[in-house]
Ligand binder design. Structure first.
Ligand SMILES: CC(C)(COP(=O)(O)OP(=O)(O)OC[C@H]1O[C@@H](n2cnc3c(N)ncnc32)[C@H](O)[C@@H]1O)[C@@H](O)C(=O)NCCC(=O)NCCS
Ligand SMILES: Nc1ncnc2c1ncn2[C@@H]1O[C@H](COP(=O)(O)OP(=O)(O)OP(=O)(O)O)[C@@H](O)[C@H]1O
Length: 292
């Protein structure tokens, strides 16, 4: 049991970043995960496998404690976000070098980077777990307007930027600016309520739960908003018949794995949010155990 007084910035940054690494590995390790890379399938991805994600996690691990440390300062929320953006862009460059140009964790890095920094700031300010979502909102307020509203002049557009121009889909930036509501207002409790399942099944069950709600730009950029709505409906049907808690639900999930490979559908955004769900589950337990 840690005592709040002996939690130095290094102790906190190592502890919290270790939860982020654990969460990233859990996400890619669970299966069956429709359309996604896992130890038994490359899903709807021809350019990466389970070890690409291990490699990517390994190279990103050193940046995660830097995100926490940047949060554990008396810098303003906005300055912290700008500083971690710079760190994140360096991290993203190293990820692409390690993966030979393959996008394994772009979304995850952004989500986890902001989350790690917000947890560092919560510790610095002596705030509790319930105040972390507000810190995230304050750190990222205005990023959709600032980053996506003046795209016309930009030459090379990312998937997310193109989708904003075409469909006004706010992607991962919108999710973060709203304080990652899919996690704080839904999947964290959903994950806690699935404690009766094995760890692997709990992760898959929560992934399907998230797929009901995630406005996933990974699905839209490969297809269109109609396919995204179909994915959400399918996830709702599977959860309605019990998901990983029933044989019928498990059968449906296995069928969806085949369907997603055939149709080249990958719920990468939901996978990222699954990782963030596990991260905050571990952080909340840690913060509740820290003696006040
Ligand atoms: C903000 C970033 C990630 C946006 O990239 P891009 O324009 O390609 O966004 P896009 O919307 O396509 O999403 C990127 C990835 O996020 C995930 N994602 C997509 N939609 C969602 C969603 N609704 N919810 C959560 N994750 C999502 C997917 O895995 C997707 O591949 C990028 O521009 C960036 O700034 N990266 C480097 C900075 C960084 O990582 N910093 C870390 C701390 S801030
Ligand atoms: N287990 C996983 N398997 C596949 N993708 C994942 C997984 N976990 C998270 N993701 C996310 O999904 C995204 C990968 O999806 P995708 O390959 O479609 O993106 P892309 O490389 O930008 O587009 P494309 O490969 O279609 O040109 C990454 O940003 C990553 O964050």
């Amino acid at each position: 049991m840690s005592n709040k007084n002996d939690l130095t910035v290094n102790k906190i940054s190592h502890e919290i970043s270790s939860f982020a690494i654990q969460a990233m590995l859990y996400e890619v390790a669970c299966y069956p995960s429709p359309g996604l890379v896992s130890p038994i399938s490359n899903g709807a991805h021809k350019d990466m496998d389970f070890f690409t994600f291990i490699d990517s996690t390994a190279v990103l691990s050193k940046y995660l404690s830097l995100f926490v440390q940047e949060g554990f300062t008396d810098n303003s929320y906005k300055d912290i976000f700008n500083n971690i953006r710079t760190i994140g862009i360096e991290a993203e460059k190293e990820m692409f070098i390690k993966t030979k140009g393959i996008n394994t964790h772009k979304g995850m890095l952004f989500l986890v980077g902001v989350s790690c920094a917000a947890v560092g700031k919560a510790f610095f300010e002596g705030k509790n777990f319930s105040q972390i979502q507000c810190i995230i909102k304050e750190m990222t307020s205005g990023i959709v307007e600032k980053e996506l509203s003046s795209l016309k002049e930009k030459s090379h557009l990312s998937h997310g930027e193109k989708l904003y121009l075409k469909y006004k889909n706010e992607g991962v930036r919108g999710e973060v600016e709203r304080g990652i509501p899919t996690v704080f207002n839904y999947s964290l409790d959903f994950y806690k309520q699935s404690a009766d399942l094995s760890l692997n099944d709990r992760l898959v069950h929560t992934l399907i739960g998230i797929m009901q709600r995630c406005n996933d730009s990974t699905i839209i950029h490969r297809h269109n908003p109609h396919v995204l709505e179909e994915v959400k409906e399918k996830a709702k049907e599977i959860i309605k018949v019990g998901g990983m808690k029933t044989s019928c639900g498990r059968k449906e999930i296995n069928n969806l794995c085949e369907e997603f490979i055939e149709k080249n559908i990958s719920p990468g955004g939901s996978a990222d949010l699954l990782g963030v769900t596990v991260f905050f589950y571990l952080v909340e337990k840690f913060m509740n155990n820290v003696e006040k």
